[in-house]
Design a protein around this ligand. Structure first.
Ligand code: ATP
Ligand code: MG
Length: 565
């Protein structure tokens, strides 16, 4: 495999040429976007052809394991055949048409990838949801989206049944299950009978393709709609705008299927470049499962949230030897330099930070070959022009803190969501002057690297000083006593607000005297940041509140401090 890998790197520019060549003008910025685009027919089926001609290594397109002996390896050809069957099933048995919406709540099972591609083939709008949704969440999503169909498993089906009566748009329920279920169509049975020839619909590049719910870190999740082109055409027009994969690469993203990262890391990016998508069903996210998988399978690239790397860095990594791992990517939350350093010293590998949003896909990245500045999110990803701006949407010079914005005038660049569904006010509120507002604060240095300070709402204002939580948390993490930390504002009669740190202790420190530890940690932060920034309040906790995607919910801690519910 390693030999293979080298060969393909050298001959890379010839590979996939039928896919990329036709869009050469667009990628040079010389031509408008094509009017029509469909990822299934224009990319997936083309790779199937390239594979048939023997011009792709024998890697599967999808390689799935469940850790209990179950395994699936599908070529692009097999993926094509199976997703056409599912496309027929959605159109015929489920009666869905182009533009209809379907809520898909599936764990990391191969059927999710089939449904995703089948929706693209039929123009049905996919709405992925995470498996932890409650009956009430599901009801809200079905009603808010007017979804006609839901696809899920036995685990979630009872919750759906408990609310389905009140969902007046819902017509069809489809269950991925070994056995029958009253009132539900059976996915596997229908799939077996469905014909495997299907004519892919023609979709305009701006037609809607998928609706994502944002993570809900700061409030109720928003429904962000993406077009056929925004996620799927960007890696074609701007090849390697953040990932530099070849068809010999095997990429594993641990993200839940309900999160935009699953689409970026396990569908569009790797398949655009003809790479293999590796998936572990990950019923539990445990260090030993992740480490064993990296040791036993020739995975070249892993993508996970910083929480994952923080968790792995707590284990003894010396007893593992990763088979082919070269490239570790972290995204979704700020990546603390300390974690990068621990990982590097234990595995010899760097962690590359990625910064993006459900609404925008990738905004900044530390790309392969780029100089790594620990604590920075790297540089802007094509075609985005990213700037730090002030309250009047003026571009700020390097070194000045402000809000991170993306230029959207005169034209919204490729990659953007189209809108928040049924919420024109909220959609309009994301634009200030010529810029889309990320809602995040940061700064840019003279080399064009971006540095994250915090979500605009998370920045702490103490006696007139603005303090970013990321810097405080990173400083705390450098101390051996700290496993995880969150810094938020807390009321103070004198200063208005002060920094309060919530700290999860490393196992070796849990029995130590808390008053002493508090003083030590405060001294430490004063020393590595600046005296005025240290957390005047500190609380030791067993765990931090997080979203199901593993993001720290600072707003929950903040509300608690300020007595807001
Ligand atoms: P909601 O908008 O519903 O409150 P959310 O913003 O967490 O939730 P996502 O779209 O999943 O929903 O996450 C995008 C946000 O995650 C970014 O705006 C940023 O605050 C944070 N983020 C993502 N990647 C990074 C990174 N590499 N460094 C720092 N922050 C990051
Ligand atoms: Mg957000």
């Amino acid at each position: 495999l390693r030999l293979h890998h080298r060969w393909f790197h050298r001959h890379n520019r010839f590979l996939g040429s039928p896919i990329f060549a036709q869009y050469e003008a667009q990628s040079q910025g010389e031509q408008q976007l094509p009017e029509y685009f469909n990822f299934a027919s224009d990319v997936l089926d083309k790779w199937s052809q390239i594979e048939k001609e023997g011009k792709r290594p024998s890697n599967p397109a999808l390689w799935w394991i469940n850790g209990r002996g179950g395994e699936v390896r599908w070529s692009f050809e097999e993926l094509g055949v199976l997703s056409r069957k599912v496309a027929n099933m959605l159109s015929n048995q489920c009666g869905l048409c182009k533009g209809d919406r379907v809520l898909v709540i599936l764990p990391r099972i191969p059927e999710w990838w089939l449904v995703t591609m089948a929706c693209i083939r039929t123009g049905i709008i996919l709405m992925p949801g995470i498996s932890q949704l409650t009956a009430k969440d599901i009801q809200h999503r079905l009603q808010a989206s007017k979804a006609k169909c839901i696809i899920t498993t036995d685990a979630v089906a009872p919750a759906v049944d408990s609310i389905a009566g009140s969902c007046n748009f819902l017509q069809t329920k489809l269950v991925v299950s070994e056995g029958p279920r009253e009132g539900w169509l059976n996915f596997k049975e229908l799939c077996k009978e469905a014909p495997d020839s299907h004519a892919c619909v023609r979709t305009k590049i701006h037609d809607p393709m998928v609706i994502y719910f944002t993570s809900g870190t700061t409030g109720a999740p928003k429904m962000a709609e993406h077009s056929q082109g925004s996620l799927g055409f960007r890696p074609i027009a701007h090849k390697r705008y953040w990932l530099d994969l070849t068809p010999a690469d095997i990429m594993w993203s641990t993200a839940d299927t309900g999160w935009v990262v699953a689409s970026l890391g396990s569908v569009f990016e790797p398949w655009a470049l003809g790479s293999c998508v590796f998936i572990h069903s990950l019923q539990q996210i445990e260090s030993t499962i992740i480490l064993n998988t990296l040791s036993r399978f020739p995975i070249t690239t892993i993508l996970g949230p910083p929480t994952l790397f923080r968790m792995l860095a707590q284990s003894d990594l010396t007893s593992y030897k990763f088979m082919s791992l070269q490239y570790c990517l972290s995204g979704g939350e700020p990546l603390n330099p300390e974690v990068m350093e621990q990982w590097k010293s234990m595995t010899g590998l760097q962690i590359y930070d990625l910064y993006g949003q459900t609404e925008t896909g990738m905004i900044c990245a530390v790309k392969k070959g780029m100089k790594i500045k620990p604590g920075s999110m790297g540089k802007a990803c094509a075609p985005y022009q990213v700037e730090v701006i002030d309250e009047e949407a003026n571009v700020l010079p390097p070194g000045k803190e402000g809000e991170i914005g993306i230029r959207v005038k005169p034209q919204r660049p490729l990659g953007f969501f189209s809108r928040y569904v049924d919420n024109p006010e909220k959609t309009a509120a994301t634009v200030r002057g010529d810029f889309y507002l990320t809602g995040d604060r940061g700064l840019i240095d003279k080399d064009g690297y971006f540095w994250f300070i915090g979500r605009a709402d998370d920045v702490i204002n103490s006696s007139g000083y603005r303090i970013g939580p990321f810097e405080i948390e990173s400083a705390l993490l450098e101390h051996p006593a700290v496993a995880e930390a969150a810094a938020v504002s807390s009321p103070d009669p004198l200063r208005g607000e002060v920094v309060k740190a919530f700290v999860v202790l490393s196992p070796a420190y849990t029995l130590q005297d808390k008053a002493k530890l508090t003083l030590q940690l405060q001294e430490h932060v004063k020393k590595v940041t600046a005296p005025y920034k240290y957390p005047r309040k500190m609380e030791f906790v067993k765990e931090l509140p997080k979203t199901v995607t593993g993001k720290i919910r600072r707003n929950e801690l903040r509300n608690q401090e300020w007595g807001r519910v």
